[in-house]
Design a protein around this ligand. Structure first.
Ligand code: BEZ
Length: 235
């Protein structure tokens, strides 16, 4: 692909582009095979590379947490099936990193030698590399809509704590009908929908609305405990 060629990228709120692909767990139809589940579709530049290996070991280590959050992980790179299988076997059998070892990757790793899927998702960004995918992360909700997108460069490993926080945050937004402030974590205050009448705005400004803490009439929060979040999210 030419460096100045237009790259199409899916956008937030749009349906996740559909594809059928060979993976290390057999053929999958994305996203339709995972209807009703959250999905995290992520790309990595290449098999048998160190940053990617550290990322896969971390995802493998956290796999049960994502499963408990009703979230299916799907990886992708432009390598072939034999390479994927050999790399995942090496990770499981030989790599001892950061206290992680014997990590079995049970989620599907998509084979995308043609780069068809990578192009659909804007994962090939020629300024970074025209032969490898960047480190993209797509959060797709149970209705198959894209809710958050992250792109990292080839040289920087992703923050998995943040990936998990985003998933829990999106699920909390949907389940409790709130917005979440900067650096929110379960147990922190959540932002309630804005006042829609002058009367409610006045009540909020004077601190009269029960169970809310208002910093001003347009910025009110309520407490949702960590236990409530965990119970609702099925953790
Ligand atoms: C890595 O995963 O280590 C890596 C992959 C591509 C470029 C640079 C680093």
């Amino acid at each position: 692909m030419e460096q100045n060629q237009t790259i199409t990228m899916p956008r937030l709120g749009e349906a996740a582009p559909a594809f059928t692909a060979v993976t290390t767990q057999g053929v999958i139809n994305f996203p339709s095979d995972y209807k009703g589940q959250w999905k995290i579709l992520f790309s990595h530049p290449a098999d048998f590379t160190p940053v990617c290996t550290s990322e896969f070991m971390t995802f493998g280590h956290l796999a049960a947490d994502f499963e408990a959050l009703n979230c299916q992980l799907v990886g992708l790179s432009v390598d072939g099936l034999q390479s994927h299988i050999a790399w995942l076997r090496t990770i499981e059998e030989k790599i001892d990193w950061h206290g992680y070892k014997n990590i079995e990757i049970k989620f599907p790793l998509v084979v995308d030698v043609s780069m068809e899927v990578a192009h659909k998702y804007g994962m090939i960004q020629p300024g970074e590399s025209s032969t490898a995918a960047v480190r993209a992360v797509f959060f797709v909700d149970p209705e198959d809509k894209i809710r958050t997108i992250m792109y990292y460069p080839l040289s920087l490993g992703r923050n998995f704590d943040e990936i998990k926080r985003v998933l829990i945050g999106l699920q909390t937004v949907d389940n409790f009908g709130v917005a979440l402030p900067a650096d929110w974590r379960p147990g922190d205050e959540a932002i309630v929908p804005p006042a829609t009448t002058c009367r409610v705005a006045s009540e909020r400004a004077s601190g009269k609305e029960a169970n809310l803490h208002c910093y001003d009439w347009f910025f009110c929060t309520k407490q949702i405990s960590k236990e409530e979040v965990e119970e609702k999210l099925g953790k």
